[in-house]
Ligand binder design. Structure first.
Ligand SMILES: *[C@@H]1O[C@H](CO)[C@@H](O)[C@H](O)[C@H]1NC(C)=O
Ligand SMILES: *[C@@H]1O[C@H](CO)[C@@H](O)[C@H](O)[C@H]1NC(C)=O
Length: 424
């Protein structure tokens, strides 16, 4: 019975195979593209025995489309053309490629939709020819190499570009303004870990960007007047940006990292929304009280996995009650005063808050029912040192080394707030 079944399926199987393979096996790769692949190997090589180019044998009668690693082809206007080029094995233990990206080679591959260079030690410029001719490119990813020079302005001519990732290179110069304003399809822009300077360019009102990562560059100035409202992920961490944060629209944000800049002024109330559950604003120049969540944000509560870091700013007023359900919360090194809300204490001892850093503020009380009976759950970190109270013994063990110094703030610094020493 089983034999019979298999036997009947064989002709169908052969037919399917023929249909799916025949265009690539019978047709030759367009001469232009074959020549382009050849030129790419003139300037790019495997690092030691990386093993990527070993399949690129130009004297073999086999079709590169089926035998060369990383080459994908399609029949376009009756010709077999290269449509995707993945350079490098992409394996984590592979040393990647060395050399440079040949402008002449790339230029000819006019039907390319994806160009990916896996991590390696490739040097030189990003060829400006990319934008001039490769109009179908949707994905460019050239991360973790040693590319230098500026981001070619011609990239803005790629009207179909969806993803541009040039992170972890040594790129200099400014972000071409047209990159933010002239690419209607751009959803993902990652230029993190380079040496890019100047301002963040203005985005067009039609921008559909959902992921913007510019962290660890040398960007300066204030934020653009409007940031794309479609953003879900925004990281501008570790730059030299300053000014207010009002232009960040948080409607769809789930991840926001503006840490380690010089942003000033208050934190917009729209930032406090239960969907934006990973927020890093530490080490800025933010001041004022932490506002309650905006009424339009349908705030419920934070939960498992949530992290909010507001540490190392100049925030004042009382500890906000609504942050009590955050799992990892850093409010240390600010100017907070008053008592820690009772729910914070309950949640730390229940273990639903895993990290609560309140050190280096002016807090007057951590209201525990009976300090002697309470034991911190395993893995919970609580730090209360250098406040206007004698920290309960339970809080002393879990401070980071950086909290150092005396356990309480000198009394004369606390008297300005007219408060006493107490553990509540
Ligand atoms: C390339 O292909 C030719 C022809 O099939 C073969 O003789 C040669 O050994 C191959 N070279 C390598 C490095 O595999
Ligand atoms: C930091 O904020 C204060 C006011 O709160 C302001 O006077 C100062 O210029 C700001 N510094 C920077 C670098 O923005």
């Amino acid at each position: 019975m089983e034999f019979c079944n298999t036997f009947l399926q064989i002709p169908t199987l052969i037919l399917t195979l023929l249909l799916s393979i025949s265009p690539t096996t019978q047709q030759q790769l367009a001469a232009l593209d074959l020549n382009a692949l050849h030129q790419i190997t003139d300037t790019l090589t495997d690092v030691k025995n990386g093993g990527f180019f070993s399949t690129w044998n130009f004297s073999s009668p086999e079709n590169p489309c089926s035998s060369f690693a990383g080459v994908t082809c399609s029949v376009i206007n009756g010709q077999l053309r290269v449509t995707a080029l993945l350079l490098g094995t992409g394996l984590s233990d592979s040393p990647g490629l060395a050399g440079t990206i040949s402008p002449d080679g790339i230029y000819a591959l006019s039907e390319l939709t994806q160009l990916i260079l896996y991590p390696g030690i490739v040097t030189g410029f990003i060829p400006s020819q990319l934008g001039r001719r490769l109009k179908n490119l949707r994905v460019i990813s050239l991360t973790n190499n040693r590319l230098t020079g500026t981001i070619p302005e011609t990239i803005s001519e790629l009207q179909n570009l969806h993803t541009l990732d040039l992170s972890h290179n040594k790129l200099t110069g400014v972000i071409p303004p047209t990159l933010a304003s002239a690419l209607p399809e751009l959803k993902v822009l990652v230029l993190a870990y380079n040496n890019l300077a100047g301002n963040i360019p203005e985005f067009s009102e039609e921008s559909q960007l959902i992921h913007l990562d510019l962290r660890n560059n040398l960007l300066s100035g204030t934020l653009p007047e409007t940031m794309p409202a479609t953003l879900r992920y925004l990281s501008l961490s570790s730059n030299g940006l300053w000014g207010p944060l009002n232009s960040v629209s948080s409607s769809y944000l789930v991840y926001l990292d503006l840490s380690m800049n010089k942003f000033s002024g208050p934190i917009p109330d729209s930032f406090f929304s239960s969907s934006l559950s990973s927020m890093y604003l530490q080490r800025n120049n933010l001041s004022g009280e932490v506002p309650p969540p905006s009424p339009s944000s349908f705030f419920e509560s934070y939960g498992p996995g949530s992290t909010i870091d507001l540490s190392h700013n100049f925030l004042s007023g009382e500890i906000p009650i609504f942050l009590d359900t955050v799992e990892t919360l850093f409010l240390n090194n600010n100017h907070f005063t008053g008592k820690v809300p009772r729910n914070y204490v309950t949640n730390v001892f229940a273990g639903t808050t895993r990290t609560l850093y309140l050190q280096h503020n002016y807090l007057s009380s951590f209201p525990m029912e009976n300090p002697r009976d309470m034991v911190l759950p395993d893995g919970v970190a609580l730090c209360l040192s250098y406040n206007c109270m004698v920290p309960p013994a339970v809080g002393l063990t879990a401070c980071p080394a950086s909290a150092g110094g005396p356990f309480s703030r000198p009394f004369r610094q606390c008297s300005v707030f007219n408060i006493g020493n107490s553990i509540g």
